[in-house]
Design a protein around this ligand. Structure first.
Ligand code: 13P
Length: 257
């Protein structure tokens, strides 16, 4: 059975006092009984250590939003997977569409990042998804297949077992227009099939696939109830404490798949 995950990606937000306030709110308001859902918060690097000190509970996990494709050394401004590990940060978002779009990250670089994270036992949440133009041209499946095969298919069965995938259609990110549950389910099933064809049925059945793109408390339940959707990677709504907690609460009656 796959576990469900609700993850918040704060992106490059907010400033320090607001971050502290939000962390306090989450620490105090995320329900202690959260229905078999793992909660993950991915603030900017600079707040990770503060968040770690502040959370006085062990049921809220922390993740980073990026890791270097280099191991260590003279790479000014970079943060390595081994640094994350040494700080006990066990998750990292890799290949978010914003990193692909604004920082030129391609599958070759992302494959390196993923391998370094796996070497350090930091779990990569690998993001994939098509642009609106690509969907309008009906290329979404080709694009996602290329993103997955290009960055993941060198991994061994043992390594792929540790990965989480997030399907985040670019046209749904920050737009208020989420993929419909049907559109998301269709892509999640496609991704699961890709993994089954390359690896095996058990690996594919156990793969956690999150949906991201304009998830809100009003659409979370319907999306997360779909058979191949195992939770969400939430941007804007994760910056509003109350909304994020409401999203967690919507998972209450969703059975594990
Ligand atoms: P929004 O929830 O703001 O659409 O962002 C989704 C996202 O990019 C999460 O990584």
């Amino acid at each position: 059975m796959r576990k469900k995950i609700v993850a918040g990606n704060w992106k490059m937000n907010p400033n320090y006092p607001e971050a502290l306030e939000l962390l306090h709110y989450l620490n105090n308001n995320i329900p202690r009984e959260h229905y078999n859902v793992d909660i993950l918060i991915c603030p900017p690097f600079i707040y990770l250590s503060e968040a770690q000190k502040l959370f006085n509970r062990t049921d809220i996990y922390l993740g980073a939003q990026n890791a270097s494709s280099y191991t260590n050394g003279a790479y000014t401004g970079e943060i390595s997977a081994s640094m994350l590990k040494s700080m006990r940060i066990n998750y990292v978002i890799i290949g978010h569409s914003e990193r692909r779009q604004y920082f030129g990250e391609n599958e070759e670089v992302l494959a390196k990042k993923i391998k370094l994270c796996l070497q350090e036992n930091v779990i990569p949440i690998y993001c994939v998804g098509e642009t609106l133009e690509q969907r309008n041209a009906n290329e979404q499946f080709d694009i996602v297949e290329k993103q997955i095969s290009g960055a993941l298919f060198d991994l061994s069965a043992e390594q792929i077992n540790k990965i989480i995938i997030a399907y985040e259609p670019v046209w749904a990110i920050g737009t208020g227009v989420n993929a419909s549950p049907h559109q998301a389910q269709e892509m999640h099933m496609f991704i699961r099939n890709l993994i089954m064809n390359k690896y095996d049925d058990t690996i594919s059945r156990e793969l956690i696939i999150l949906y991201g793109g304009s998830v809100k408390k009003d659409n979370a339940n319907e999306l997360f109830s779909m058979p191949d959707i195992d939770g969400g990677l939430i941007g804007g709504a994760s910056l509003k404490g109350e909304e994020f907690v409401s999203i967690i609460n919507t998972t209450k009656n969703i059975v594990n798949k």
